[in-house]
Write a protein that binds this ligand. Structure first.
Ligand SMILES: *[C@@H]1O[C@H](CO)[C@@H](O)[C@H](O)[C@H]1NC(C)=O
Ligand SMILES: *[C@@H]1O[C@H](CO)[C@@H](O)[C@H](O)[C@H]1NC(C)=O
Ligand SMILES: *[C@@H]1O[C@H](CO)[C@@H](O)[C@H](O)[C@H]1NC(C)=O
Ligand SMILES: *[C@@H]1O[C@H](CO)[C@@H](O)[C@H](O)[C@H]1NC(C)=O
Length: 667
């Protein structure tokens, strides 16, 4: 009987080895690489970016590695993409955001002695779209006269001669305002330009049109996403007019996971585990026979630990109307319904990080839903942590963040309190601007409430990073609600300098940022200084039609204040010339703005100082000053007649350098 058992044991061993051979064989088979997978390995061209799906390089890759419209020719070590019959050099590809940075190929061609573009780029019937923040750079050829000095132009000498002028300029609307008729020039062409983040508007003016064109512009593309395929170890492609995922073994439909959801790696793992289990079982059987133990050991031997419950599944569990790490989680479908499937007529604005839609929840609450652009968010836990920090910030002058959807839902949405009355920018110089609607007292209020909100943020260790009048919302009583604070916390900081996550907005950005690439609370103070000047002047922060040195409002303000020409800056409807108290207050606020706009950040006051100073300016009794001025003005009649009131030079300079040491010394 014993020998019979032994022979049985032998047959088990045989089966076991057949098992091992089978799994080894199937694993080997899976490791032999599919030729299409090999053919679609990423390529480069010269020093250009890595090129992979949806792009493909002709002569280096097969056409099935990408879409037909995404063919790249590697010419003279430059990756060239042809869009609507025009050639563009690809400078950068950001696959995660579906973005590419391109520039007109002619400006890189040393043989071309006049690389000025002669054709508009039409993106109709292409898979490409302009990014939302490009600016138009317009070329005018063979014009019968030059433009007045006040409009800054970039000469295109190669296309000009003594009688015909050719040039480029930003903001061609300025020409319409000056009544230039359409036949004034022979032809015109518009080119998109995206400002590189390390280029300021001021330095733009020292550049030639060729250098400006070399900055290039971003295009986004539409193509089947590749992250699932890539995540499963595959390479995407487009074969026989459909999307495919080339994997180690063979092409798959979407991902390298099989139809049964088992991919080749899992197969190998199962093979190894089965082999191991086989050995364990063999040993067990051997053990049983040897000891002649009738009762097998309890099944606890193979008790497996459930390791699949990670944070993702716990997020999933609470997806519907619940909270995660203290953040309210909204149901994605409810928000789709609330915004009428992101109806473009319900769009409230398009700003940093995403588009905002008006929405009405099932419970009747009216909300603003921010749909974040596809981006590489921080990891889920970190992300929720940051959202929690932002959601915990409660201040009467901050827009409340109610919550978000989970990253598991199709898109990431942030849900905010809805503020009905537009932005301060709308009211100052935008679509809601009406004469006399915002008297000085209202503007003073806006300044104080905004400063209070920022001061609260800084006390909570949050830097706003994008303070501007477009982010200061107003309710129906013109009370301030500051929006969009701290959003850059949701994204990793190590993104490239031309990533789409904005670090501030041109015209508001701390000049010190270009030295240290870091926005601090003092950067918010600088941007707030620009907001103060906007409140005083009703002028936009950047206006390319202004004189070349005054395109940035901050520079314009500093020039005017330093030259004692504040009256040229102030919105004349505010009563600066007629109302003594208003004049005194505006002058004091301009001085404060001047301090906020110092290029050395140590010279700027803190936000708490700013709040105190603004409160002091508002509550001060100006009657005594007025009486005093009346007496002295009799002697200085000549001075007053020579122009409206200017800054007192001594008070200005005494405050300029005092913030870092004795911040509260004022008045
Ligand atoms: C291209 O890919 C390689 C390997 O994946 C990587 O080491 C390299 O940094 C990438 N180059 C660029 C310009 O992204
Ligand atoms: C200047 O150029 C235009 C168009 O290129 C041409 O028609 C014109 O004759 C030229 N004038 C002179 C003085 O060369
Ligand atoms: C342009 O024309 C309009 C109407 O003809 C006129 O009101 C306006 O003053 C003109 N502007 C300039 C700058 O000449
Ligand atoms: C380019 O587009 C502008 C308007 O966007 C138009 O005025 C101009 O004539 C176009 N130029 C050419 C060469 O088609």
């Amino acid at each position: 009987m014993y020998s019979q058992n032994i022979s049985k044991l032998h047959s088990h061993i045989c089966i076991f080895f057949i098992f091992i051979i089978f799994f080894t064989f199937s694993a080997q088979k899976n490791l032999a690489l599919d030729p299409k997978f090999k053919a679609c390995a990423p390529q480069t061209c010269g020093n250009g970016p890595n090129i992979s799906y949806p792009f493909w390089v002709s002569h280096q890759q097969e056409s099935y590695c990408g879409y037909p419209n995404f063919q790249i020719n590697c010419t003279h070590k430059n990756p060239i993409l042809t869009i609507s019959n025009h050639d563009y050099i690809i400078k950068e590809i950001i696959y995660s955001n579906h973005l590419l940075l391109v520039a007109n190929a002619a400006v890189y061609n040393d043989d071309d002695d006049c690389p000025a573009p002669r054709h508009n780029l039409s993106l109709d019937r292409t898979p490409f779209q302009y990014s939302s923040d490009h600016i138009d750079f317009s070329f005018f050829y063979n014009c019968s006269s030059e433009l007045p000095e006040s409009i800054y132009t970039f000469p295109v000498n190669c296309a000009s001669n003594t009688t015909n002028h050719s040039f480029a300029l930003f903001h061609k609307e300025a020409l319409e305002k000056m009544n230039y008729s359409s036949d004034w020039c022979q032809s015109s062409v518009d080119v998109a330009v995206d400002m590189a983040e390390d280029v300021s508007f001021a330095s733009l003016l020292d550049m030639t049109y060729v250098e400006i064109l070399k900055m290039g512009f971003f295009l986004s593309w539409t193509a089947h996403g590749c992250s699932n395929c890539q995540g499963s170890g595959g390479r995407c492609g487009y074969d026989n007019n459909e999307f495919v995922c080339f994997c180690h073994d063979r092409p798959h439909m979407k991902t390298c996971d099989d139809e049964n959801g088992i991919n080749w790696r899992t197969k190998i793992i199962i093979g190894v585990v089965a082999t191991f289990a086989g050995v364990v079982i063999m040993c067990l059987i051997f053990f049983i026979y040897q000891r002649r133990i009738k009762k097998p050991p309890a099944s606890s031997y193979v008790k497996s630990r459930d390791v699949s419950s990670d944070t993702f599944s716990s997020v999933k569990d609470v997806e519907r109307g619940s909270t995660y790490l203290g953040v309210h989680i909204f149901d994605y479908d409810e928000l789709v319904k609330a915004t009428n499937n992101f109806d473009s007529s319900k769009e409230l604005g398009d700003g940093g990080f995403g588009t905002v839609y008006y929405g009405k929840l099932c419970d009747g609450r009216v909300v603003a839903v921010k749909r974040l652009y596809e981006n590489n968010y921080r990891r889920v836990e970190q992300f929720m942590n940051e959202v929690e920090i932002l959601a915990r910030l409660r201040h009467q002058n901050l827009v409340s963040l109610y919550g978000c959807t989970t990253r598991r839902s199709r898109e990431l949405l942030l849900v905010y309190e809805y503020i009905p009355n537009g932005t301060v920018a709308d009211h100052l110089h935008g679509e809601r601007a009406k004469p006399k609607e915002m008297p000085w007292s209202t503007r003073m209020n806006i300044a104080i409430e905004t400063a209070a909100a920022l001061s609260y943020l800084h006390a909570s260790d949050v830097v706003h990073r994008d303070v501007k009048t477009n982010n200061i919302l107003l309710d129906n009583n013109f009370c301030v609600k500051v929006a969009d604070f701290g959003l850059s916390r949701l994204f990793p900081t190590d993104v490239t300098h031309i990533s789409t996550s904005p670090q501030g907005t041109p015209g508001y950005v701390d000049p010190d940022y270009h030295h240290c690439y870091q926005l601090t609370s003092k950067s918010d103070v600088f941007s707030f200084g620009v907001v103060l000047v906007e409140l005083i002047s009703s002028l936009p922060a950047v206006d390319i039609t202004r004189h070349r040195h005054e395109i940035n409002l901050s520079t314009m303000a500093i020039n005017r204040i330093q030259n004692h020409a504040l009256h040229e800056l102030v919105d004349s409807s505010l009563g600066f010339d007629s109302d003594f108290k208003v004049r005194k207050m505006i002058t004091a606020v301009a001085e404060l703005a001047f301090q906020c706009l110092q290029s050395e950040k140590e010279m700027r006051p803190s936000m708490t100082d700013v709040v105190e100073e603004l409160e002091r300016i508002r509550s001060k009794d100006y009657k005594a000053d007025e009486a005093e001025e009346k007496i002295t003005s009799a002697d200085e009649l000549v001075l007053l007649k020579s122009g409206p009131l200017t800054l007192s030079p001594d008070s200005e300079t005494s405050n300029l350098v005092s913030w870092s040491t004795t911040p509260n010394e004022s008045g």
